[in-house]
Design a protein around this ligand. Structure first.
Ligand code: FES
Length: 225
């Protein structure tokens, strides 16, 4: 079932997509995961518009992050709890949020063509805050004012300045009511499939199998027996 086939959200519900006011956050999270596990992740782009990153370094963490001492965005091995980051995100606008942890700064951007992208908002140079600048470049840029670092808004790749690596991505899901949810993360430069398999394999083996993750079929089969 794709998102577009999901029942409409219960009126007045504020606990997440398709949940009435009496359902819990855990139930909302589970249902969102079910949606992600629908057979459309890789084939229906209007169902799961993905991307981007999570923060990893703290303000004090430039050196620590570089040295591998502190937690970095995307380091989680398990599937994070989905987090609603916006009720609606119009083209050209961005929203800052924290995901998967309270210290993990991230940003979601709706590009002018409707694409939805998400990244860590922690610069990969020395961990300054990365800002969305709609007025820069052809379609806006992710900009670090500390040393003029610039990241491509569509890919997270470095386009200017000293950052050594692309921004880690945060995978986003847009629901039928227009709400935007952060659902998973990737490490800097990590292929999307590898990142999703790493996080979905234990929590959602069916999804891992659909993605073609190594061992996904075995995991699904073992759950049935
Ligand atoms: Fe971002 Fe240096 S900390 S460019």
């Amino acid at each position: 079932m794709s998102v577009t086939e999901q029942p409409a959200p219960a009126p007045g519900g504020d606990h997440g997509p398709d949940h009435g006011p009496d359902t819990g956050v855990d139930a909302a999270a589970e249902q969102l995961r079910d949606r992600i596990s629908a057979d459309s992740l890789t084939t229906r782009r209007d169902y799961l518009r993905i991307v981007a990153t999570v923060s990893g370094g703290l303000a004090i963490g430039g050196v620590g992050v570089a040295a591998g001492i502190l937690h970095r965005h995307g380091d989680n091995e398990t599937l994070p709890k989905p987090k609603k980051v916006a009720d609606l995100l119009p083209p050209g606008e961005a929203v800052a949020f924290r995901f998967p942890g309270d210290d993990d700064r991230a940003v979601a951007v709706r590009l002018k063509d409707g694409s939805l992208v998400g990244y860590s908002a922690v610069c990969t140079h020395l961990a300054c805050a990365v800002l969305w600048r709609e007025d820069r470049g052809a379609e806006g840029e992710l900009y670090c004012p500390c040393h003029e670092g610039v990241f491509d808004a569509r890919t997270g790749e470095v386009t200017a300045g000293p950052p050594p690596r692309p921004l880690p991505k945060v995978f986003l899901s847009e629901e039928v009511d227009g709400s935007v949810w952060a659902v998973a993360t990737a490490r800097s430069g990590e292929p999307a499939k590898d990142a999703l398999c790493r996080q979905f394999s234990d929590a959602r083996p069916e999804m891992a199998a659909r993605l073609g993750c190594p061992g996904g079929d075995r995991a699904t089969e073992s759950r049935r027996t």
